[in-house]
Design a protein around this ligand. Sequence first.
Ligand code: GLV
Ligand code: GLV
Length: 321
Amino acid sequence: KRPYIYITRKCSEEQLKPLYEVADVDMWKEEEIPCPREVLLEKAEKADGLLTMLSDSIDKELLDKADQLKVIANLAVGFDNIDVQYANSKGIVVCNTPDILTDTTADLTFGLLLSTARRLMEASEYVKQNQWKSWGPLLLAGHDVHHKTIGIVGMGKIGQAVAKRATGFEMEILYHNRSRNENAEKTLGATYRSFDELVTASDFIVCLAPLTPETRELFNKETFQKMKNSSIFINASRGAVVNEEDLYDALVNGEIAGAGLDVFLNEPIGAEHPLVGLHNVVTLPHIGSASYETRYAMMKLCAMNIAAVLNGNEPKTKVVI
Ligand code: GLV
Ligand code: GLV
């Protein structure tokens, strides 16, 4: 019997070819609506493999129902939506999509930094809303990026790719990470700082750390109070690393100057979210890796990883915890 694979969002069949060759592939086909939990639970019961999104919760309840399951391929580098330890204890292999999304995500992160500092979204809206009546010396003036200090929290591959971009803007680069990164120090001129030193000294604090028990609400009232009043906070990792109420207060009370956010605690958010209403906040709908090239490459990698496990081979990018 051919293995049965369920894919929780519509993906390009072209990229999934490696999977169609070895398995019966079933997919949630709606473009705009995610696969409901009940459907996912039902499909998981008979699935040999799952191709999941970061918005799917792959928890104990699901894993206990999934008696046939051998492999989960998450279409993301992050895997905080999956109980990896429990999955592994049941012999289920978990895969993610590192490396291929590094530069794409770093581009978006740096673009978000530039957009927030130079108020690009506000400025574009200003023109589109017919508000531009004259050139003005301080019209939509923002903050410089070049020659400022960037503090990168989470100096993994994406953090280093952001640091590389920062060198082009002649920024001073500080970083904080669980462990020292000698490569980043040598090749990018980045300087290690304790977390407190980093948030105190940086003009731009950029979070790229994975969500773990240690990083949950790492950015809270106390952290924002330590930041310069002129500083800008950028988050492109996971919303839960921030206490959003504390961030809102810090922005409203002038503890920090602005924020650029690609991720939120409870996604999706809408216009009613307090942070969306602030003029000095740029909000993006979690699009860090969203280029055609990279998303197609991620789909293909997921398909190849699932096929590898089903064929008894080592997948290219297994999550090791
Ligand atoms: C996106 O957030 C990812 O983890 O790939
Ligand atoms: C701006 O366009 C300038 O000429 O300074």
